[in-house]
Design a protein. Sequence first.
Length: 341
Amino acid sequence: MKVLGIESSCDETGVAVYDTSVGGSAGLRAHAVYSQIDLHAQYGGVVPELASRDHVRKLLPLIRQTLDEAGLGVADIDGVAYTAGPGLVGALLVGAAVGRSLAWALEVPALAVHHMEGHLLAPLLEDDAPAPPFVALLVSGGHTQLIAVEAIGRYRLLGETLDDAAGEAFDKTAKMMGLPYPGGPQLAKLAESGTPGAFRFSRPMTDRPGLDFSFSGLKTQVLLAWRDSDQGGQTRADIARGFEDAVVDTLAIKCERALDAAESDTLIVAGGVGANKRLRARLTELCERRGGRACFPRPALCTDNGAMIAFAGALRLAAGQRDDAAIRAAPRWDMATLPAL
Ligand code: KG4
Ligand code: ZN
């Protein structure tokens, strides 16, 4: 089954084709992402109305380009999967309207995909993927969650952030130190030349039991350190390193607890912050020490993309799930309400 996937929940237009008859990473016949970063950079964050309008401009050309790259015509598509939420409602509506209408015109089934399930399943698109049960760490710009994955579609929330998401903390901290939007990857790059231990920030909520996170206090600590510093180049790198180490350490401590709680040694990691090199190294080492493993999507599939939506939708469509003719856009949508596969 060849499934066209469409992602338009925020500031990236993503399109992909996933072929379930091939499976594994080779099943990804083509994928393309158009990022709106340049459009929003001057405002220091995503402007929802501009995002929607740009999806309108970019989506159809991107679908044509992706089909060309896959060597397929539109009539070869057996199903359409689109992100229905959570996300910005106007942005979601673009992908939903195009995806659902295309499926209607082609007389093929459509499936409304949960964006976070897309992220969560992305590591399973890679070769040699583990099978559930396992623990998933979802770390994006909007979410920080630890989830016990009992089966595909059966998700039990173990813990989540009480305030900022990990990616949001990266972005806000970067902005505070004068780095351009979106700051997360830039802050991580800067941290590479920082001296470990030069600045030490707290590991929030690790001194008490539980699997929830809080990153907003950490951001304030960094702000105070930055204000009190000489704000020179090396200091900036040192602070970035101190911040990154605090986030990575905190995530690793909670992942270890979650693995203990779920009696598992397999961790899958997804979402934009999953592209962070130090986090990948740290979690890989943690799982290996336990005799298990940590699995990540390739960095390009950590941040928003169409491949994860095509893949998640393909798994559900191949299992016989179908949506009705409604165009679905759900800005808020609890992943625990998803049906099991
Ligand atoms: O999953 P994603 O593309 O979008 C959401 O669904 O939110 O995640 C984007 C987030 C941003 O906050 C970005 O700064 C962060 O992921 N991010 C990173 C890195 N690459 C992306 N944070 C830390 N290190 C990175 N290398
Ligand atoms: Zn995302």
